[in-house]
Write a protein that binds this ligand. Sequence first.
Ligand SMILES: [Mg+2]
Length: 174
Amino acid sequence: MNKAVFLDRDGTINVEKNYLYKIEDFEFIQGVPEAIKLLNDAGYLVIVITNQAGIARGYYTEEDMHKLHRYINQELIKYGAHIDAYYFCPHHPVHGIGEYKKDCNCRKPKTGMLEAAIKDFDIDVSKSYMFGDKEWDVEAGERMGVLGFRVDEHENELLQKVKTIVEREYIENK
Ligand SMILES: [Mg+2]
């Protein structure tokens, strides 16, 4: 089985810009690429779990989002880091348009995206973590037995927390 760190995207990986989809508006929160690199090197899968209600609302398309994710992947290469997978929820129960108006099972704090990732990657939840800037991120993780932590856009906050996890594991396995 594999261990993973699940990351929310907006406000956790990148500075919150409200319905971000334009590449020119993308900005890493300081320390995040380094944190992802540390997790890659420590053998964690790094999996993004993101609510994208902007798709539901018709503000941008799934392809716009995929384009942004490809850009994020390219930027991470500069740090020798990578994201293993992205799971997104394009729905909204009230404000969704057409097929996107749906009381789905994937929008956090619901667990559909995590369930899919855990199955797809054979993940051991007891060795995995969830980080996000909202309470619903932590809640989604904990509903699946994944220890969750709130982070915000403070410089290096995610990096410090990741360092603690990796160092503790190193000591335990010595
Ligand atoms: Mg967020």
